[in-house]
Design a protein around this ligand. Structure first.
Ligand SMILES: [Cu+2]
Length: 320
């Protein structure tokens, strides 16, 4: 009996050691270049122009998703080429550092390097913090960092994953005073940089992609509210959030939620499960604040048997 107990204890110890070592911390190198370029926005749909004189990380709005595991060290370099006209900076919400040091702006022609350990799991915004910050965010300098949790026992595996980042669209990006003082200065909502980016219903003439999944799949959305001033009432039309992970941390979990209110600069992970018994189902992920939804914040998810095998997987968690 004693020998049996000892053997059991030894096995338990080995199992605990194995699970602790499942995800080994590593250093992840991330380099971004501040690029001041024009990007397509579909802004003409809401009374603006189709291109915006954007400021970006690496030429896209939003910047590329950064994905690491809890405990990893992010080794980050920001390059501000001499051809730019403005100072830029990086503020990772997943970092606990010194705002006056790591997050300080650099001038054109300079670069900045810093490291931080991603200690807290979840989803976090990143953005440029150079002054005036309102303008650097409104012109497109933001993105998401996903810090995968070590503890996954109450975190079911998703079949598909998508990143959606919402931002208020200001046709006049030079007038940052109006962004702060004029509640009517914003004219639309950008989802991953475009008005109605994934909605072919409200603008059938445009070139709009859709999110896809198969019936019965768990679809995980990593959502960031990159608005300047407004919260987002995140709702899936014709579905219910099966789970809401506040700040993307499985330890902060809600179930069966119709609408989740996302504060400015908050990020959240939400799951829905597409109907198993329907061959085709459309679900619209919206900001249920009507002035935002009807001006761009609608993303269509189509559930169907012959869904794309690549959408919502790997690099395709963010659809261009
Ligand atoms: Cu900037």
């Amino acid at each position: 009996m004693k020998t049996f107990k000892k053997a059991t204890l030894a096995l338990m110890a080995v199992a605990a050691l194995c699970s602790a070592q499942q995800v080994l911390a590593k250093t992840v190198n991330v380099t971004m270049t501040a690029m001041e370029v024009d990007i397509q926005t579909n802004g003409a749909l809401v009374g603006g122009a189709d291109t915006m004189a954007a400021w970006t990380f690496d030429g896209t709005v939003p910047g590329k998703p950064v994905r690491v595991n809890e405990g990893d060290v992010v080794d980050f370099t920001l390059i501000n080429p001499a051809s730019n006209k403005n100072s830029h900076a990086m503020d990772f919400h997943a970092a606990q550092v010194n705002v006056l040091d790591e997050f300080a702006p650099i001038k054109p022609g300079e670069s900045k390097h810093f490291k931080f350990e991603a200690k807290v799991p979840g989803v976090f915004m990143y953005h440029c913090g150079a002054s005036p910050m309102v303008q650097h965010i409104a012109r497109g300098m933001y993105g998401i960092i996903i810090v995968e949790p070590k503890d996954t026992k109450n975190y079911p595996k998703a079949d598909r994953e998508y990143v959606l980042i919402q931002q208020q669209y200001f046709p006049d990006v030079e007038n940052y005073g109006a962004m702060l003082n004029d509640a009517n200065a914003w004219k639309g909502s950008l989802i991953n940089g475009k008005v109605l980016h994934y909605d072919p219903v409200h603008d059938p003439k445009g070139d709009h992609d859709v999110l896809e999944a198969k019936p019965g799949e768990r679809v995980r959305i990593y959502f960031v509210n990159a608005n300047i001033n407004l919260p987002v009432a995140l709702h899936p039309i014709a579905s219910i959030w099966d789970r809401v992970y506040i700040n993307g941390n499985p330890k902060n979990q809600l179930v069966g939620i119709q609408t989740y209110n996302v504060a400015v600069a908050e990020a959240v992970t939400v799951d829905l499960v597409t109907p198993k018994d329907k061959e085709v189902a459309g679900i619209a992920i919206v900001d249920h604040s009507m002035n935002a939804a009807l001006r761009g914040a609608i993303s269509v998810l189509v559930s169907k048997k012959d869904a794309s095998p690549t959408k919502g997987k790997g690099e395709m968690i963010i659809l261009k």
